[in-house]
Design a protein around this ligand. Structure first.
Ligand code: PGA
Length: 248
């Protein structure tokens, strides 16, 4: 059984003050305990949010990290630094990082290996552009991203790995992939994992859909066999809608 996981990706929103307010508001609402709820604030908020989440079931994630432990990497944050703050998940290879910060599949593979080695659970993002979908190349694109990012990952590690399928054209646009298309890609991703990493890996890896998920469409998305959760941007920035997503 794969536990559903709803993750809020705050992106570059919410300074510490706003973060405090949002977390305090979320804490006042009853969240379904069967669902794993996770918030991923900017780095500067992590310390404070970690304190506020103590003794709650809400998990903490980061939006990125470097793969080295320490050293001359100005502006970067290491896996062990995140771990020390009580972070348990890290989003890797988000399309915004690939697009604006030139992150390659090889780099994402290094980060993913480092996350696993440091006891962090990676949320590996993948997804196609509108042009790729219109050309019928969405599976080819996602297959390449997944294969490269998961290179040399062991079968036993897949119960700690989350893969987020986020079609780029659906992110922040209000356009959602149809739940059937999202399910089709999730099932394709699971079969890829099975081919490369074995049956146990395919059964345990959790797959999220991301891209304009909101309270009005979460239920339909979560009703699909191969979709185990959602990675949510805009609709996670408000306590009421975030809790509605967790309580889908
Ligand atoms: P969105 O973002 O929910 O605002 O579309 C999703 C994401 O980029 O993770």
């Amino acid at each position: 059984m794969r536990r559903p996981i709803i993750a809020g990706n705050w992106k570059m929103n919410m300074g510490v003050k706003e973060a405090e307010e949002l977390i305090e508001a979320i804490k006042k609402i009853d969240l379904n305990k069967e669902v794993e709820a996770l918030v991923c604030p900017p780095f500067v908020d992590l310390y404070r949010v970690s304190e506020l989440l103590e003794n709650t079931a809400i998990k903490l994630g980061a939006q990125n990290m470097h793969y080295e432990k320490s050293g001359a990497f100005t502006g970067e944050v290491s896996p062990n630094m995140l771990k020390e703050l009580g972070v348990s998940y890290v989003i890797l290879g988000h399309s915004e990082r690939r697009q604006y910060f030139a992150e390659s599949d090889d780099l994402i593979n290094k980060k993913l290996q480092a996350a696993l080695a440091n006891g962090l659970s990676p949320i590996l993002c993948c997804g196609e552009t509108l042009e790729e979908r219109e050309a019928g190349e969405e599976e080819k694109k996602v297959a390449r991203q997944i294969e490269k990012a998961l290179k040399d990952v062991k079968e036993d590690d897949f119960d700690r790995i989350v893969i987020a399928y986020e079609p780029i054209w659906a992110i922040g646009t209000g356009k959602t992939a149809s739940s059937d298309d999202a399910e089709k890609m999730s099932s394709f991703i699971r079969s890829l994992v099975k081919d490369k990493h074995g049956d146990k890996a395919a059964k345990s890896v959790r797959i999220q859909y991301g891209g304009s998920v909101k309270p009005s469409n979460i239920k339909e998305i979560m009703g699909k066999d191969n979709i185990d959760g959602a990675l949510v941007g805009g609709a996670s920035l408000e306590a009421e809608s975030f809790s509605q997503l967790v309580n889908f």
